[in-house]
Design a protein around this ligand. Structure first.
Ligand SMILES: Cc1cc2nc3c(=O)[nH]c(=O)nc-3n(C[C@H](O)[C@H](O)[C@H](O)COP(=O)(O)OP(=O)(O)OC[C@H]3O[C@@H](n4cnc5c(N)ncnc54)[C@H](O)[C@@H]3O)c2cc1C
Length: 633
């Protein structure tokens, strides 16, 4: 079955299938999540096909390349941006003072940095996605607070949703303001509502004259919220009756800071990103004109998800920028610092850090920029790949930054300003570690995004077999679905076993890829194994699979490693150099080991014991372990 041409079967979602044993809140959350997801696949998806056993090498070969003209635009813009950053933005000072200075804000506005992706007709720079990501990586290598400001504004703040879904009037009214430097924000999270927006309590009631919505509620951790002129606010508008049942409606509103009833209650402070103007916001009877709804009533969460498909790529790009800087620091320190008779980069433990950083950076870069290329060409559905790039790059970057800190020894733990004050090179590794940690949490935590990927991985199967298991459907419909599913699996399942034998027995596949060919062959074989494994898990667990999060996360991890391997091979092939092949080869060798570990853990694991001990820990069975610590809270 092609991932991109399957028709959604109403009522076959995981949420509906597994209503048994769920409480009302859980069902409501799942239903909102299911209603918000994009059910159709209108374009090819590398990951969607992979989970069904098909490795689409054609997506990476040839690897996306910018046109000469587009590259020139990016080169020129990034050169201007870099000069500006070096001359004007002291990132250590931002960290110390918690302020991005006005001259930096103005300079960025003059450089068009708040309208990088906006069309020229609205005064924007109209950069391609690839050039936008290059700019974000550049800023991310220098100042994480500034990249968070630009990314929150551009990836999910008002410009992108308006560009995609705004009316001509909305675009004309707001977009030129952003191009000129107005900052925007996105307000979804609330004190009681983080990953699960169904229970949001901010409300939007229609006014008596029917011209306005009246917003009431509180929004937490809104990046740029303290300085934004305009923001997207998600609120519950009146529910709708659909098929006799009340459906929650979450709607996106454009709110301006000068609307009466809007207040910034508190500027939040964090372990890193000291310069972000992140705030707790309050809305008290804020009158928002009806025309300020983006896309339509009840479409708020879907809007956020679609906007984030490409918007989420800012984050891996910023991580790539950070790790580029980390590699530079490792190289400098690894060469100049000698202990026990040799530079620390030459002792095998230090050398390993350099090798890990270089080879993983190569793969992170490939994953992020292939997604950017797919966006620019409009050829692919990137919802899974962007989510994976976000999880993979944020987790890998954090690990590599931590290793960089370790390689710097005591200096890794010392603030850059302190290093500078006593005459040493002010490598800001300590700040980079603090700043990077949030990337595993914002725009979807690693857990939530992994489960999102797993949900989509199951989609191909749910579309074939979901109706069979759905007790809400009539017996006739279920029987017809069973026959159809039986026919599909009679051909599909044996092929997942046979293909690796047939494919590789008669001719050496991917021979034109030098020593990377063997890794591609591995990816192709492993795609079938992954598809079989997922199918077995479904067959064994049925609807309960949704609760086996550790297994689902392992499936996501295996898929992610295959994506990273294929991207790195595609990039190495495009570059065609010995060095690129070396980096990709090392990355692939190590990715294979991680994949093997995950397959092993799927077959044999301690999940049942983990569940038991976790339940004990939660209920206080092991309270004795906590004795001897000072009371908190
Ligand atoms: C610096 C910063 C900037 C932010 N910027 C913005 C912004 O601009 N706009 C905005 O709206 N929000 C913003 N946020 C909020 C951010 O998006 C949330 O923190 C994030 O969505 C997680 O929500 P939560 O913190 O409430 O965690 P919770 O949802 O309470 O989750 C707590 C933990 O439980 C896990 N978890 C939750 N549900 C499940 C589940 N079903 N299965 C398995 N694990 C689960 C999570 O992964 C997490 O590890 C920001 C937060 C910070 C700290």
């Amino acid at each position: 079955m092609k991932q991109n041409d399957s028709k959604d079967v109403a009522g076959t979602s995981g949420a509906v299938l597994s209503a048994k044993g769920k409480n009302k809140d859980e069902m409501a959350s799942l239903e909102v999540a299911e209603d918000s997801r994009e059910a159709q696949w209108t374009k090819p998806s590398f990951m969607g096909s992979l989970f069904m056993g098909k490795l689409r090498t054609q997506d990476f070969m040839p690897f996306f390349d910018q046109t000469e003209e587009d590259k020139k635009i990016g080169d020129e813009y990034c050169a201007k941006l870099e000069k500006f950053l070096l001359e004007n933005l002291d990132s250590d000072l931002v960290d110390e003072t918690g302020i991005i200075p006005d001259k930096v804000m103005k300079g960025l506005a003059d450089l068009g940095a708040f309208g990088m992706k906006l069309p020229k007709e609205y005064g924007g720079l109209e950069l391609s996605q690839a050039n936008y990501l290059r700019a974000i990586a550049l800023v991310g290598s220098h100042c994480a607070s500034t990249v968070a400001l630009l990314s929150a504004h551009q990836s999910i703040g008002v410009p992108q949703p308006l560009k995609l879904f705004g009316t001509p009037e909305q675009k004309k009214k707001f977009l030129p303001r952003f191009s000129a430097g107005a900052v925007s924000a996105f307000a979804l999270t609330e004190p009681e509502v983080g990953s699960d927006p169904a229970r949001m309590s901010t409300t939007a009631k229609l006014s008596e004259d029917g011209n306005h919505y009246i917003l009431n509620g509180t929004k937490l951790w809104c990046t740029n919220g303290a300085i934004a002129e305009v923001m997207v606010v998600m609120a519950k508008s009146p529910p709708k009756m659909v098929n006799g049942r009340e459906k929650t409606q979450i709607t996106a509103f454009i709110v301006e800071k000068n609307m009466p009833g809007f207040e910034v209650l508190h500027r939040c402070r964090f372990m890193g990103l000291a310069g972000i103007q992140n705030a707790l916001l309050k809305f008290t009877n804020v009158k928002v004109p009806k025309e300020n709804i983006i896309w339509g009533e009840g479409k708020g969460l879907r809007l956020a998800l679609i906007t984030l498909n490409a918007g989420r790529l800012s984050l891996p790009a910023a991580c790539v920028g950070g790790v580029r800087q980390a590699l530079k620091i490792q190289r400098a320190w690894g060469t100049e610092r000698s202990q026990w008779g040799a530079p620390v980069g030459k002792h095998e433990a230090g050398a390993n850090r350099l090798a890990q950083t270089a080879s993983k950076l190569f793969a992170m870069d490939a994953m992020t920029f292939i997604c950017g290329g797919w966006v620019d060409r409009g050829t692919h559905d990137i919802r899974l790949e962007a989510a994976i790039a976000k999880i993979y790059c944020s987790e890998t970057a954090q690990n590599l930054l931590d290793e960089t800190l370790q390689m710097r020894g005591g200096r890794g733990y010392e603030r850059a300003t302190s290093l500078r004050a006593r005459g040493e090179k002010p490598f800001p590794v300590e700040r980079m570690v603090r700043d990077g940690r949030i990337n595993l949490i914002v725009e979807g935590t690693s857990d939530i995004l992994s489960l999102f990927v797993a949900r989509e991985a199951l989609d191909g199967h749910l579309k074939v077999a979901g109706a069979v298991l759905n007790s809400r459907l009539g017996i006739g419909t279920r029987l017809a679905a069973a026959v159809k599913a039986g026919l599909f699996y009679a051909a599909w399942y044996p092929w997942q076993w046979l293909a690796p034998i047939v494919d590789f027995s008669f001719w050496p596949r991917f021979a034109g890829n030098g020593k990377l060919g063997k890794h591609l062959r591995y990816c192709k074989r492993t795609a079938h194994k992954l598809a079989r494994t997922l199918f077995h898990l479904m067959a064994l667990n049925g609807p309960k699979l949704e609760k086996r999060q550790l297994q689902l996360i392992r499936i996501t991890k295996i898929g992610s490693e295959i994506f990273a391997m294929t991207a790195s091979i595609g990039k190495a092939k495009k570059l065609g150099t010995k060095e690129a092949a070396e980096l990709s080869d090392l990355f692939c060798r190590q990715a294979k080991a991680r994949i093997a570990e995950n397959f092993k853990a799927i077959r044999s694991n301690d999940d049942a014991s983990i569940r038991k001990v976790a339940a004990g820990a939660l209920s206080g069975t092991y309270e004795f372990l906590e004795k001897g610590s000072v009371r908190i809270g």
